[in-house]
Design a protein around this ligand. Structure first.
Ligand SMILES: NC(=O)c1ccc[n+]([C@@H]2O[C@H](COP(=O)([O-])OP(=O)(O)OC[C@H]3O[C@@H](n4cnc5c(N)ncnc54)[C@H](O)[C@@H]3O)[C@@H](O)[C@H]2O)c1
Length: 417
């Protein structure tokens, strides 16, 4: 076993965190019991680059229970929970992750995972896949396939597939209903508010809260912010999404207008340079800006630096920038994914489904990889349906079943009025 984590004395605390997550993740725990018996990953290695949280711990322990050797690095330099990382080392996982990695250290950790020559790769943001394809193509022949957790990663993979650059099959976990309809909407909505509150401890009620991007995450965040009493403004670039936000009852306007009104600005677009110099210059004194999109490119940090006369860390995860125009702007979490930097990421309850999809897709890949060409695939519907059914069962919720007559009616084109 190999590892590099911050502090092994945190392991006991981390184990309790993982036990708490396990108590909230019944679907994944049920899959773990099956894997323990079936050992689908016997003699196989799974390379993982996910946020090292207590929920990821439940997933990697499940893969290990299925017989895999697991090597784990972080999907973001700031998102690792050091106690969880230490606990996982004691659980027999090869962990290379700590909170506050430099860019070089981040890629060093990723390369340690690749030294294990994985048969399956799990990614959140496609950095592992990218590193294999660009720096270690010799490893590709051993890889059955992989899985991608987030929107930004899937966008990168589809671009690779379009260019003919993707050399092994990848499942777009992000796009499957049991992930995207819950994790992106309710997970990001709640945990982003959690991150803002833990970083700032501000009152949300009565504030003007600007959400940049009204995709699944933006929809979730806007609704949660409204639920906390904020006056929400949405900015968008897609007419349909903008219209949806209007019909959902939000004010929609260009960011250049919103900056004059907003108290809190959160980017959640997967795009770059959403908040730029021209916007920062017009912001109110005391404006708070943060990002909950995957990469730290949504707020142009160079622009903020160039406008700032001085800066200081006024509290953990809050950087006070005093601009040359005398106004102050507060940057959260250095512009990195705030729900993971300042809080703990999504609640375990919702990661239960996202990571159950991962676990079952790993098993699917082992069984079916020879039939799959290099491309980006949707999660098979039977996996998605199974995860939803198991989640409902864990909540003791029953639903109706179609009668034979209904099944026929719903598939028959001949029946009219
Ligand atoms: N914080 C988290 O834990 C978490 C969880 C899931 C996804 N993500 C990340 O969040 C980002 C968004 O994910 P999603 O699933 O909502 O994607 P999405 O594609 O559903 O939505 C993104 C929206 O942003 C809009 N947009 C793009 N450029 C814009 C701009 N300049 N100004 C305003 N709007 C703009 C798009 O039109 C789109 O409607 C991705 O980077 C994704 O990887 C983060």
């Amino acid at each position: 076993m190999k590892h590099k984590v911050k502090d092994m004395s945190l392991a006991e605390k981390g184990k309790l965190q993982i036990a708490w997550a396990e108590s909230r993740m019944p679907v994944l725990m049920k899959i773990r019991e099956e894997f323990k018996k079936k050992k689908p990953f016997k003699d196989l290695t799974i390379g993982v680059a996910l946020h090292v949280t207590k929920e990821t711990a439940v997933l990697v322990k499940t893969l290990k229970a299925g017989g895999a050797t697991v090597a784990l690095a972080a999907a973001n330099p700031l998102s690792t929970q050091d106690d969880v990382a230490a606990a996982l080392v004691e659980e027999g996982i090869n962990v290379f992750a700590w909170a506050g990695e430099s860019s070089e250290e981040y890629y060093w950790c990723m390369n340690q995972v690749l030294d294990f020559e994985p048969n399956i790769t799990l990614d959140d943001g496609a950095d592992l896949v990218n590193t294999i394809h660009t720096k270690h193509p010799e490893l590709i022949k051993k890889v059955f396939g992989g899985q991608e957790e987030t929107t930004t990663g899937v966008i990168r993979l589809r671009a690779m597939a379009k260019d003919g650059a993707l050399k092994y099959p990848m499942f777009a976990i992000n796009d499957t209903p049991t992930k995207g309809m819950f994790d992106n909407i309710y997970g990001t909505g709640q945990s982003t508010i959690d991150g803002i509150l833990r970083a700032t401890s501000i009152m949300i009620a009565g504030k003007t809260f600007v959400v940049c991007g009204y995709g699944r995450c933006g929809y979730g965040l806007s609704n949660r912010a409204r639920g906390m009493g904020a006056n929400v403004i949405v900015t968008e670039v897609e007419p349909v999404k903008a219209l949806q936000a209007v019909m959902d009852g939000f004010r929609v306007m260009p960011l250049k207008e919103a900056v004059k009104l907003g108290d809190i600005f959160i980017t959640i677009t997967g795009d770059r340079d959403v908040i730029r110099k021209e916007h920062m210059e017009l912001m109110k004194d005391g404006a708070i800006i943060g990002n909950t999109g995957h990469f730290n490119v949504e707020i142009n940090l160079q622009d903020l630096e160039s406008l700032s006369e001085k800066k200081r860390e006024i509290r953990r995860h809050v950087e006070e920038h005093t601009l040359k125009n005398g106004k102050k702007i507060y940057l959260l979490g250095k512009g990195r994914i705030i729900n993971l930097v300042a809080a703990e990421g999504h609640p375990s309850d919702v990661m239960d489904m996202s990571f159950a999809d991962h676990a079952l897709c790993c098993e699917y890949l082992v069984k079916n990889h020879e039939k799959l060409k290099p491309d980006v695939y949707n999660v098979p519907k039977e996996i998605d349906d199974r995860v939803a059914q198991l989640k409902l069962e864990s909540m003791e919720i029953e639903i109706d079943n179609l009668t034979e007559k209904q099944k026929k009616y719903l598939t028959d084109w001949k029946e009219g009025t």
